[in-house]
Design a protein around this ligand. Structure first.
Ligand code: GLN
Length: 488
């Protein structure tokens, strides 16, 4: 009887814990973020930036955010005496984060245009750029937009380059490949999948100077300027400080120094070989890997707890508990993880008017999704033994709880272990999806290095090898533990 009670309290505590994770944490985050004055060290302005966009924003090998945009806003923050914290997100996710008030401002080589001015307030323009077309170094066929008829073009989601190609599509038959970051989109042309790419002139010119095998057959389009953006009607004070600070750093020469530092150097980037890439970037890769493991372990531990509870619900004699479990599994199984991640990171904060860190949103995504699969494995394990065994135990006079604890669960655990190990590996691999909300786990670390070094080819081999090595090691470790447990 006491064991039966213990199970009930275990279930109760687990539900309370899950509720705390689901509702409690965001409230804590909200409380801590909204009380203090903004722009202080305790409550810095959160600024999103696309850290795969050199020379405007990228991460150097010391893991610092640098580039024209990053240096400009840092100089302005110093001049005006406010504190900022960067939230790295790709361009289209950055736009969403700003719209959902997940961040206070966006500096991301962002062009000011009338459509965006409907949703955002822009600073004074701080840089003049322009969309340009690039083609492969040895392509002689494409010399004008007319030559794009029947060709494939790479663009980045949500950018002015993509909008420009949409306009060209009204005139020509062009197939479009969409990408989330510039380095991958350039690589698509270098490796011959796309015939041309459209992006901002300074960024593309810089990449070519660094050794990227593309060329620019045409002059850039005119009339494009960059601005710092805040959400419409929000953070007016920040926008004012940006404008005043911008005028100041232009006057005292800081602005020109920043631009010269990135654009006036003739220094050619060195192309890195496979081993040089590992040697130069192993620290970043290791940091990414530890984030991947941390996300996996935390999420899997909570998901295990939550999944076991739901699994017991699913195998319980009570229809209402079975119904709750089935509903949960149906929803989670039906949702692609990417959609779930965006929902948690963008929609929930907007609906509840709170702020969530990317890490908490990431853990919540992995936990909620894995819990559904774990609960199915737990249900499967219990059902595989429960039938006759449960009846036999009950006919010996044991209660339901006691029969489960003494007879069913020990056998079910042995059945469940291999699929739980499998789920652990899946959870680890799923962490790579979270790069989309800006978490710098292993995949995102790879993207950041590629953006800086233009080395997609070798880098993805390195990243792939690290995943295979770590997963093989963990699988070996868990099989070892499993054997020990079964023999025990
Ligand atoms: N300037 C372009 C735009 O605003 C591209 C920006 C970017 O890719 N970060 O759409």
């Amino acid at each position: 009887m006491r064991k039966g009670k213990r199970i009930h309290s275990f279930i109760l505590y687990s539900i309370l814990f899950a509720l705390f994770m689901g509702l409690g944490l965001p409230t804590v985050v909200q409380a801590s973020e909204s009380n203090a004055k903004k722009g202080t060290a305790q409550n810095p302005y959160i600024i999103t930036t696309d850290i795969t966009y050199p020379p405007f924003e990228f991460q150097n090998d010391k893991k610092e955010y640098v580039g024209i945009d990053a240096d400009i806003i840092n100089a302005i923050a110093k001049d005006q005496g406010f504190e900022i914290e960067f939230r790295p997100l790709n361009f289209s996710a950055g736009l969403q984060a700003l719209e959902a008030n997940q961040v206070d401002g966006m500096i991301s080589a962002m062009s000011i245009n009338p459509e965006r001015e409907e949703s955002f307030d822009f600073s004074d323009p701080y840089y003049e750029a322009g969309t340009v077309m690039a083609i492969s170094e040895n392509n002689k066929e494409i010399q004008s937009y007319d030559d794009l008829n029947g060709k494939t073009v790479a663009v980045k989601v949500g950018t002015t380059g993509a909008t420009f190609v949409e306009k060209l599509q009204e005139k020509y038959s062009i197939k479009v490949n969409q990408f989330e970051d510039s380095a991958t989109m350039y690589q698509d042309v270098v490796s011959g999948h796309s015939d041309a790419v459209f992006d901002d002139y300074p960024v593309m010119a810089y990449a070519i100077q660094q050794g990227l095998k593309l060329q620019l057959p045409l002059e850039p389009e005119k009339g494009d300027v960059y601005g710092f953006a805040v959400n419409k009607g929000q953070n007016a004070e920040l926008l004012d400080m940006f404008n005043t600070g911008l005028a100041n750093i232009k006057e005292d020469g800081t602005y020109d120094n920043i631009i010269d530092q990135y654009l006036d150097s003739d220094e050619k980037g060195s192309q890195n070989g496979f081993f040089a890439l590992i040697q130069k970037n192993w620290r970043e890769l290791l940091n990414g890997l530890s984030k991947t493991l941390l996300l996996t372990v935390i999420s899997f531990a909570i998901a295990l707890l939550f999944g076991v509870v739901l699994g017991f619900f699913a195998a319980s004699p009570y229809a209402i508990l079975r119904g709750i479990s089935r509903l949960y599994v149906t929803i989670m199984r039906g949702l692609p993880m990417l959609v779930l991640a965006f929902f948690i990171y963008f929609s929930i904060p907007e609906l509840l008017n709170i702020k969530l860190t990317a890490f908490i949103a990431g853990v919540a995504t992995l936990t909620l999704s894995s819990a559904a699969y774990i609960s199915e494995q737990v249900r499967g394990g219990i059902e595989a033994v429960s039938g006759g065994q449960l009846e036999a135990a009950r006919s010996l006079g044991m209660s339901y709880g006691k029969s489960m604890v003494r007879v069913v669960i020990p056998q079910a655990i042995k059945i469940m272990i291999p699929s739980l190990i499998n789920q652990f590996v899946i959870t680890l691999k799923d962490t790579s999806i979270l790069s989309i909300i800006g978490i710098v786990e292993l995949t995102q670390a790879g993207k950041i290095i590629i953006a800086r070094t233009y080395s997609s080819g070798s880098m993805w081999i390195i990243i792939g090898l690290i995943y295979i090595l770590i997963i093989t090691f963990l699988t070996w470790l868990s099989t070892f533990i499993e054997r020990k447990m079964i023999n025990a």
